[in-house]
Ligand binder design. Structure first.
Ligand code: OGA
Ligand code: NI
Length: 367
């Protein structure tokens, strides 16, 4: 891997310590240019739909064909029209979701010295981190995180996961298992909806045992000047699909929709699903990843768990042959996910510039 990815270009500052220090003004490094700040009016279009679609997943594999077709149709329009939806009746235990979210909240409450033992580097990103991207002098986001590899099993090393709280490793293992199962079901539904064999997308990702799955627990501390910064800058997720467990008590995620930012209102016990760049490539842009970002606030911190469901990192990902025709030529060149994610790991969150640049030199930044 490239040399420049072995260490951070500047001393790492934990956003949580900044927040706890009682400062009234945030350091300049976190201040976004005016056009990127949360309250900036983007255009004058009328107010958008109130929320992303909510999908009931329970009938997706029902024996009743009518119910199944209807559920699949709803998923297809959510993928096609939005690239983002919430899913309920998804089969993952609500109790497990609550406990896992709680255990990460507890982890982030631990003294900095304890978390510091897990400090990460950009070589693997695994561990406790406070920035994405290694560009010196970059403007940073108002968040800390813990990143870990769950799949493939050969990359899973629970010794790198938090030893405290005591139940953390066990919960992460169980959560990873359940949420990856949901990922597999979503891949099936997407494949059917694209008119492909139901195992097509999963096979393109290398099969159940070989897919990549990583968990990022995001921690967004309270911020004394939330109007000047972002918890996470606009980006599309570079991988396959993302299964996000948001903080039920605090909104923060915003999705770019027709030039406006829509704040997602989390439905109790739901996951938020979004299409990543690799599914955009495989579907030859029938499904597209969507820019999103996170805003912070001055009175509540926020925890979210993002499970990224990705292709095996050394497989070539390219538009599916059945979705390529003379009328709709392949929009993207083949590339491995390893090569693809170097970009975001170097530059940090950067809208949809990467996937768009493969297709044309003009970056798309609707929002
Ligand atoms: C991410 C992400 C949203 C959130 O981790 O890629 O978009 O609500 N997170 O934390
Ligand atoms: Ni994201």
């Amino acid at each position: 891997m490239m040399n420049c990815l072995q260490s951070w270009p500047e001393p790492v500052v934990r956003v949580q310590s900044l927040a706890a220090s009682g400062i009234r003004a945030i350091p300049e490094r976190y201040i976004k240019p005016p056009s990127h700040r949360p309250l900036t009016k983007i255009d004058f279009s009328p107010p958008q739909e109130a929320n992303i679609p909510v999908i009931d997943f329970q009938n997706v594999f029902s024996d009743d064909q009518r119910l199944r077709d209807e559920a699949l149709r709803n998923i297809h329009s959510a993928c096609h029209e939005w690239g983002f939806f919430q899913v309920v009746n998804h089969g993952v235990s609500h109790e497990l979701m609550k406990r896992t979210s709680e255990v990460w909240r507890e982890f982030f409450k631990l003294p900095i010295e304890v978390k510091q033992e897990y400090a990460n580097t950009p070589a693997t990103y695994e561990g406790y981190g406070s920035r994405l991207g290694v560009e010196k002098g970059a403007i940073l986001d108002w968040s800390d995180y813990f990143f870990l590899n769950y799949m493939p099993a050969s990359l899973r090393n629970p010794n790198n996961w938090p030893a405290t709280p005591a139940s953390c490793r066990e919960l992460v293992a169980e959560y990873g298992h359940e949420v990856c199962k949901l990922g597999g079901k979503l891949m099936k539904a997407f494949s059917i909806n694209l008119g492909l064999e139901e195992d097509h997308l999963l096979k393109s990702f290398g099969g159940e045992e070989n897919v990549g799955a990583c968990l990022r627990a995001n921690y967004y501390p309270k911020c004394p000047q939330p109007d000047l910064t972002l918890g996470l800058s606009p980006h599309s997720d570079p991988g396959g699909l993302t299964i996000l467990l948001p903080d039920e008590n605090v909104a923060g995620l915003q999705v770019c929709r027709k030039g406006s930012w829509i704040t997602v209102k989390p439905v109790p016990n739901a996951f938020i699903i979004n299409i990543g760049d690799q599914i955009q490539v495989l579907s030859n842009a029938i499904y597209q990843s969507v820019e999103h970002r996170v805003i912070v606030n001055s009175n509540k911190d926020r925890v979210s768990l993002a499970l990224f469901y990705n292709p095996k990192s050394d497989l070539l990902i390219e538009p599916t042959k059945q979705l390529v025709s003379d009328e709709r030529p392949a929009l993207y060149p083949p590339m491995t996910y390893n090569e693809y994610r170097l970009y975001v790991r170097t530059k940090g969150p950067c809208g949809k510039t990467q996937v768009e640049s493969l297709k044309s030199p003009r970056p798309c930044s609707e929002c």
